[in-house]
Design a protein around this ligand. Structure first.
Ligand code: IVH
Length: 676
């Protein structure tokens, strides 16, 4: 291809990729698979690697990777970013109409648009000649902060309008207002991940979204599941819609995400009914709303009505009834998750909040209880966010009785009665007893997973059956299962039994590194396991080593060293080792006792793998490198010694070439090992 053709292809790729991204993130109707999208992105990156001077701000690669600024610059908004006056019931809305009808009788014949009032953060987006050039916070309404780089990371934000070929021509300059927020399901997923990592969970989606937008490092913003809906035009040049209804349609046609749940009404009474109906409907929405907004549809009339302070007269918020109540804290319960994290929750005197009976609410972690000084017997202020997650704001101090004493967190796991543990720098407390019924399923699931011992045919359903029938009480019991045992289980016949037993047997050939990883020692992942397997001959040698010895190993700090020693120090774990050994599940390191890492062919070298290798699966290639002393890392940097590239390499190949990293194919890798 000549340069001109490559350039045309480059422009086409940007258009097509942005259109697919819009279909996926805004319309929820993707028309290509993730891997087709990724392939096009790889091609785009390759072109950009070769011709960096062509990169345009609307390229999907420009959403991430921007350098953090030292501070946010100030941005003068082109028009005042107004707020809204509130009404709290139907009469409040009628009174609003009456007030404004005294200023302009035309409102009595006006029609209205009713929209959900999104509980997020206002953002102001500027497009010059269709290209997103700046995004800002509301600030004080006149001046906001420049958060362009953070906003670019939102996949639903168009980098160029119109996003699709069918969209209208954009005006030369357009400033759009929208609301950034986090969907409830994404919020819960985020908190679940934090909980499993032993970190503090977020209290509500709104504050989380606010915090994410105000991060100086756009990479952090990108890692939070922010989304956006747009609902008005702040200013623009050229021909613009003169109704609110037309504005939403225009924004939608340009490719902006807009609220789907809006409606137009001919008079105030039907608008009141619509707002009241929203009280019941809000729980069906995937995001939080704190009311509805009633807007005069005719934007010229609305503008003519003017503003009072910062509130336009032409629109009003219908705020939902308060979602906060007080109730008695009867007790504090503690859940033990499948990762062993203990989560306290409030057991409440049942109370209705916004039509739903609430009798429990999360208390996040024991620090939350201590910070708020929550005591059993207190009256608590409880809020229901977005009709979904009830949360505790804190105790009503004035209502505290004299005899209530501070809450004492448990010292033992409420499920198995074993002592619980706390990791330095984390808020979470863990039950680390591997035979704790609350954790057993998770531990076994990890032990048999593809990344560890890869026992094919042993999915979570079968693990559950085995545990529920009392056939396995720890991971080592897998190796004593017999066909008679398995035939007892529902859905098992001769063939399935034979297959399962043979894949359990096959796991005995897995390398030591995989067994170490499989044991689920806190903080010991794939990379640390490979290091440990290189240093120690078998689990016995590993279990005898001291914190100091572990700390001598590269990549192992005091936390990991103590976690390992602590894990092997437990009697239950010692028993598991004995059982594994006597069952013949006892892989040994390829290193002889006394041999040092320095004598291995790949020691001290780091590798990145990309593409498909002809004779190795990805796992096999990793094992091959690590059993020969090398380290496999996931991303290419200047420190990487070799990139092992197979067929269809990804962008890692370009990066490695750019950084001058040595590139090997599979044969080259084997040669490196054989020649030592
Ligand atoms: S219209 C002149 N529409 O609510 C335009 N605001 O309490 C005034 N909000 O600051 C705003 N959803 O951040 C409008 N559909 C919607 C909205 C909405 C949420 C927010 C907005 C505003 C706040 C006022």
């Amino acid at each position: 291809m000549n340069t001109e053709n490559i350039r045309a292809r480059y422009k086409k790729l940007i258009k097509v990729l942005n259109e697919h991204s819009y279909r996926y993130h805004v319309l929820n109707e993707p028309v290509v698979s993730d891997s087709e999208y990724d392939q096009m992105l790889v091609e785009l990156r390759q072109i950009e690697g070769e011709f960096p001077e062509w990169i345009t701000p609307d390229s999907p690669t420009q959403r991430t990777g921007a350098k953090p600024p030292e501070k946010f610059d100030k941005v003068q908004h082109p028009a005042l970013i107004l707020s809204l006056a509130n009404a709290f019931d139907g009469d409040g809305l009628r009174a609003w109409l009456e007030r404004i009808s005294k200023l302009d009788e035309r409102v009595l014949d006006a029609d209205f648009v009713v929209e959900p009032k999104l509980d997020g953060l206002t953002v102001v987006l500027q497009y010059d000649d269709g290209v997103f050039v700046r995004g800002a916070t509301r600030g004080n309404g006149e001046v906001g902060e420049d958060i362009t780089q953070n906003l670019r990371t939102l996949q639903s934000l168009p980098l160029r309008i119109p996003v699709t070929r069918q969209g209208p021509q954009p005006p030369p300059r357009l400033v759009v207002r929208g609301e950034v927020f986090i969907n409830l399901a994404d919020f819960e997923k985020l908190n679940q991940l934090l909980l499993e990592a032993g970190e503090k969970t977020y209290v509500n989606p709104r504050n989380t979204a606010a915090g994410a937008l105000r991060q100086l490092d756009p990479a952090i913003t990108a890692s939070r599941p922010l989304t956006m809906l747009c609902y008005s035009i702040v200013s623009g040049e050229g021909e613009l819609p003169d109704t609110q209804w037309g504005t939403i349609a225009f924004l939608r046609d340009l490719g902006f995400p807009v609220p789907g749940e809006i409606a137009r009404y001919a008079d105030i009474e039907s608008s009141v009914s619509a707002c009241e109906a929203w009280i019941g409907k809000r729980k069906d929405l995937p995001f939080e709303i704190d009311g509805a907004v009633v807007k005069i549809n005719d934007l010229i009339l609305a503008t003519d009505l003017g503003v009072v302070g910062k509130d336009p007269r032409g629109a009003i918020a219908f705020k939902f009834p308060a979602q906060e109540v007080t109730t008695q804290l009867l007790d504090i319960g503690v859940n033990v998750g499948r990762t062993g994290v203990l989560t306290p929750y409030a057991i409440l005197e049942p109370v209705e909040i916004g039509g739903v009976l609430v009798s429990q609410a999360t208390l996040h972690n024991f620090d939350f209880i201590a910070d708020k000084d929550i005591r059993i017997g207190d009256r608590l202020l409880v809020k229901r966010a977005g009709d979904v997650i009830p949360y505790v704001i804190g105790p009503v101090m004035a209502a505290r009785k004299k005899d209530v004493s501070p809450y004492q967190p448990p010292k033992l796991c409420p499920v198995c009665g074993e002592p619980i543990q706390h990791k330095e720098g984390e808020v979470a407390w863990y039950c680390i007893n591997p035979t704790c019924p609350a954790q057993l399923l998770r531990i076994i699931e990890h032990f048999v997973s593809r990344a560890t011992l890869d026992i094919v045919g042993l999915g979570i359903k079968i693990v559950e059956q085995l545990v529920n029938h009392g056939l396995i009480k720890d991971v080592a019991d897998l190796y004593t299962l017999t066909s008679d045992n398995l035939l007892e289980l529902e859905g098992f016949a001769d063939k399935k039994v034979a297959n399962l037993l043979s894949s359990i047997e096959a796991s005995k050939d897995q390398p030591l590194a995989r067994l170490i990883f499989a044991l689920g020692i806190p903080n010991v992942g794939e990379v640390v396991s490979a290091e440990l397997a290189r240093k120690f001959q078998d689990l016995h040698a590993l279990s005898k080593a001291s914190v100091n010895e572990f700390e001598m190993i590269e990549g192992i700090g005091p936390n990991i060293a103590e976690a390992i020693v602590g894990w092997f120090g437990r009697l239950e774990n010692q028993k598991i080792l004995e059982k594994l050994k006597s069952a013949g599940m006892w892989p040994r390191s390829t290193i002889q006792a006394g041999e040092t890492i320095g004598e291995q062919p790949l020691s001290g070298m780091s590798f990145v793998i990309t593409g498909t290798l002809p004779g190795f699966s990805r796992k096999e290639a990793k094992d091959f490198i690590s059993t020969n002393g090398g380290k496999v890392v996931s991303s290419v940097s200047k420190k990487t010694n070799f990139l092992v590239a197979g067929e269809k390499p990804g962008s890692k190949l370009d990066k490695a070439q750019g950084l001058g990293v040595n590139i090997l194919d599979e044969a080259g890798l084997r040669e490196l090992v054989s020649k030592g």
